[in-house]
Design a protein around this ligand. Structure first.
Ligand code: FAD
Length: 395
């Protein structure tokens, strides 16, 4: 039991991973920086356990620690389509977990109102007056909110579209200069699709070092050997590299789902990050959405404090109905194999300005633009997808 800590705080952040630390970062820069905050995580966050990639225009709040950024991306698609995509107003950026933790945690620790606790959270419950977090180090109370990033849904309700993005990546080093540091690969579909969506991306750190990540969108995980075999095969047959050392390994499973998430299960608990449904259902990307949603959440909290009123969720943190429908249709098409995913992505990137596709995936395009982008794919599978989505909503 941790006897030295006070047991009541204004805010408790349950899970100090990407979303929890990002939220603390924005709170620490806001009107609310003098409120007491307890951040609880079971791990000491220092390992390079994630490589986050995302695209954006302009600077990131984490610009100082962006590890690499690129203006162009290779796309190897269906039927030998190959193109080095110029993403114009965007940069594709890579941020390493290790750098993120080393940058954020010390600056948060400088604020005497922010406390870190390494503990296992057993459960979170709340009344209208306060929320309680039970841990193996004691019981802690939040007067305003617990921000919960640990209670991730099972995403198993049959009436929704539930897929997984699962992947394994190796950072490899070679003795010869092989990679072009300015030329990462976003999608390489030149691998056996096995009636799923399978691709590899290659993110060079230097001429002799790169992250190679084998990724699948499907409803089932593979055994460990299959990820390793796919990586070996890609490195030998596509990259033509025989001699290399694996220096880092990362793997993960991200839900791709249109199952609605309960964002505030009780008056004093707000779910954030993957637990809050921040993952873009049809792509599995969530880093950039998390930053946007949490900045909005902190603005809403600031406004509530300024006006001395209860927090109202002004920002609907999830996709609007139209964008959510597009995600569901794409999930339906992939899940029911109405059209091979490598063909879908190839057509999207081949027949549209690549920056517009990125904008579309970011949900920054108008409905008219969305319809024009969707005209680059054959209508029939998507009409069937729409029908499937509408039928699933009836039952
Ligand atoms: C390897 C990997 C790479 C990814 N790459 C990208 C990418 O390139 N781009 C992108 O947009 N998205 C990416 N994602 C998806 C998403 O951005 C990440 O999963 C992101 O970390 C989600 O943030 P989060 O805060 O919701 O979860 P996490 O970062 O996982 O944080 C949750 C925290 O809660 C803690 N925790 C959990 N349970 C308990 C408990 N009971 N008690 C105490 N602590 C607990 C964990 O230790 C963890 O630190 C990636 C995901 C993975 C797994």
């Amino acid at each position: 039991m941790n006897q030295n800590l006070p047991n009541t705080y204004q805010y408790i952040i349950a899970g100090g991973g990407m979303a929890g630390l990002s939220l603390a970062f924005y709170l620490n820069k806001s009107l609310l920086k003098n409120e007491s905050i307890l951040i609880i995580d079971r791990d000491v966050k220092q390992a390079n356990d994630h490589t986050w990639c995302f695209w954006e225009q302009g600077n990131s709040p984490f610009e100082e620690i962006i590890y690499r950024k690129w203006k162009g991306l290779w796309f190897y698609g269906h039927q030998d389509f190959a193109s080095f995509l110029n993403i114009e107003e965007y940069f594709y950026k890579m941020l390493r977990g290790e750098d993120f933790y080393q940058y954020l945690i010390p600056q948060l620790k400088k604020n005497p109102n922010i406390t870190f606790l390494q503990a296992d959270i057993e459960y979170i419950e709340s009344t209208v007056d306060e929320a309680t977090v039970m841990t193996n180090q004691g019981v802690f109370k939040a007067k305003a909110f617990v921000f919960d990033s640990i209670k991730v849904s099972k995403f198993n309700q049959a009436k929704y579209h539930n897929m997984l993005q699962h992947f394994k990546g190796w950072v490899i080093e070679t003795s010869q200069a092989i990679f072009k540091p300015e030329e990462p690969t976003l999608f390489d579909f030149r691998i056996e699709q096995q009636n799923e969506c399978r691709f590899v991306y290659v993110l060079p750190h230097s001429e002799t070092k790169a992250l190679i990540e084998f990724t699948i969108f499907s409803d089932n995980l593979l055994d460990e050997a299959s990820y390793n075999d796919a990586l070996k095969q890609y490195i030998q047959e596509i990259l033509k590299i025989e001699d290399y050392q694996i220096t880092e390994i990362e793997s993960g499973v991200i839900p791709m789902s249109d199952e609605p998430q309960v964002i505030s299960p009780s008056p004093k608990v707000i779910r954030i990050g993957t637990a809050g449904g921040y993952v873009k259902a049809s792509t599995g990307y969530s880093f950039q959405r998390t930053q946007r949603f949490l900045q909005q959440l902190v603005q809403d909290l600031e406004e509530a404090k300024r006006k001395n009123i209860p927090l109202t969720f002004k920002g609907n943190f999830c996709s609007n109905t139209w964008k959510a429908l597009l995600d569901s249709i794409l999930l339906n098409v992939m899940l029911h194999k109405r059209m091979p995913a490598d063909e879908i992505f190839t057509k999207l990137f081949k027949y549209n300005r690549p920056a517009d596709v990125l904008k579309f995936l970011d949900e920054d395009t108008s409905m008219l633009k969305d319809i024009s982008i969707m005209q680059s794919v054959p209508p029939f599978p998507f009409i069937l997808g729409l029908k499937g989505v509408l039928l699933s909503k009836l039952y």
